[in-house]
Structure formats: C-alpha cells, structure tokens
Design a protein around this ligand. Structure first.
Ligand code: MET
Length: 294
C-alpha cells in the first residue's frame, strides 16, 4: 500500500542525504555532490522529487546547480543539502546542514533541537501554530532566530507543497495536524534577521500550465517533455540537457516562464546575509504514532 511505498522512498532519500552529506568538503563542486545524490536515488529505484538543492551560507534554500555549473564549496561554509525522492508520485523530502566551521555547531544544534521538539509533538489534532511555537522557542533559547517566512508543508501525491504550511514561529491562525497525512517539517535558523528574500538567480522550475498559445516548436517540445517527465514536480535544466545545449535549454525555460507555462524558483537569501542552518524530515501522521519516514 501507499504507506509502504512512502517508507521505501524515505529510506532511499535518507540514504542519498547521508551519502551526499559526506561529500561536502571545501573545493568540491556543488554539481558533483548533487549529481551523486540524484544518481543514488535513481540507482535505488526512486526518482528525485525535485533537483538536489545545495545552498551555502546566507543562501537559505533553492540553489541547485545548472548545466556545467562550476560553483565550488568554499572553506568554512555552512551547507544545506535538501533532497527528495519519490516513487510513483509518493514524495519524501529531507535536509541536513553540514558546517565546515566549528563556530556554527551551536547554530546547527539549535536547529536540530527544534526539529526534534516539533516531531515529538506532531500528533493528529494538534495545532500547527503550537508546532511553530516549539520550533521558535528551541531556536531562540540557543540565541538564534527562526526564519519566519520559510516552513514545512503538507505533501500529497505528485504535490510537494500541498497547501498546509508548517510555521517555524508561533502563528495563531495556523491549521491542524491531519491524521493519515504526510508532512515535511523543516526548521531554519540564522544568526541574521530571520527572513529570506528572493535573489536574482533562478535554478529550479516547475510546470504551471501544460499548454499555451503562441509557442514555437522548440518551446512546445520542451513543455511536452516537462509535462510527461516531471508532471508538476520541480525540475532542473540539467534534466533536459538531452533536448539541446545549455543555451537552448535555458532560453526555452526562460521563454516558457515568461509565457506563464512554468514557475521559476529564485534562490532564497537571508535578508541580512546571516548564516542559515536547516534540518528537515518527512513524517507520516498515523493514529497510534507519527513515523519519521526519512
Ligand atoms: N525541498 C525544498 C522545498 O520544499 C526544495 C524544493 S525545489 C524548489 O521547497
């Protein structure tokens, strides 16, 4: 049944995350880490639910390497590795932070504590606002600030962000934890201000509308391929490199975004350039217990 598939996808995601986290060293190419992670997911019989995200220092989220990307992990970096695996649209999502500078160990511990507190109180019927409060408290007690405009999310089949938000701070009007559902819980903490803004770079896309007027033959070919390969799941330009060289792929994705056939995801940056840590698990909310899937 679907819970078994979810558990299987979660094992694969966890294995890929743990493998990837060991590759994070100064001087290593971001592209090499992400390709290795995505390869493990595929070799184990799942698919990446979104491009491997490797976000550095004040990049909080949503950097995934481009075709031929030569970006390298710097000395002393605080690296978030955020990955997903799906089997037939049953999605799991998980992240860790690796610090290459010991002075951020406390920031990582605070974020891990927040995730642990959230998971142990993640019971059906409980308020998501209270979960936010627990996350906020665990981070603040350690002297850091939660990122208030990032959070976890309900996950449904082929739908990574399925409408319910899991806040990282207290929220009075948040929803409730629903029985027999899958959620990603993902505290983010920073020594900065506690908010992200959109940067200029965009490295991830997803389908917005599978058809439109006024597309040329190349754009149509890209849109059809995206629809059949990824449905509405986020994807990387790297996963379309068989359709043309880097310039053709990037220009087609930009045109399709302009024509509202695709969404594009800007890299999210801490507004005061604070260092950001993130830990994330996918959980399944059962009647008797909440199961950590990843
Ligand atoms: N796991 C991250 C998220 O949930 C990255 C997805 S790719 C845009 O937003």
């Amino acid at each position: 049944d679907e819970l078994k598939v979810l558990i299987n996808a979660g094992k694969i995601a966890a294995e890929a995350r743990d493998y990837g986290s060991k590759l994070i060293k100064p001087g290593v190419k971001v592209l090499d880490v992400c390709e290795a992670v995505e390869k493990i997911i595929i070799d184990r019989g799942a698919f990446p639910a979104f491009p491997c995200n490797l976000s550095i220092n004040y990049e909080a989220a949503h950097y995934s390497p481009k075709i031929n990307d030569d970006k390298v992990i710097p000395e002393g970096a605080v690296v978030k590795l955020d990955i997903g695996a799906h089997i037939g649209g049953i999605i799991t999502d998980t992240a860790v932070t690796v610090s290459l500078d010991d002075k951020y160990n406390k920031l990582l511990d605070a974020t891990r504590d927040a995730l642990r507190a959230a998971i142990s109180n993640f019971k059906p019927g409980n308020s998501l606002g209270e979960i936010g409060k627990l996350i906020e408290r665990a981070i603040k007690i350690n002297g850091y600030t939660p990122i208030r405009n990032l959070g976890g999310h309900l996950i449904r089949k082929y739908e990574l962000h399925a409408g319910i938000f899991v806040p990282n701070v207290y929220q009075h009007n948040a929803g409730k934890i629903l029985l027999d559902n899958t959620f990603a819980i993902e505290p983010f903490a920073t020594d900065g201000y506690g908010e992200v803004v959109e940067g200029k770079e965009e490295t991830i896309y997803s389908l917005r509308s599978p058809s439109a007027k006024g597309l040329n033959e190349t754009e149509k070919k890209f849109l059809d391929t995206i629809n059949s390969r990824f449905k509405a799941l986020p994807f990387s330009e790297r996963w379309l490199s068989d359709l043309g060289d880097k310039e053709v792929v990037e220009n087609s994705l930009k045109a399709l975004t302009r024509k509202k056939c695709l969404y594009s995801y800007p890299v999210l940056l801490e507004v005061r350039k604070g260092i950001v840590a993130q830990f994330e698990h996918t959980v399944y909310v059962g009647k008797e217990e909440t199961i950590v899937i990843t």
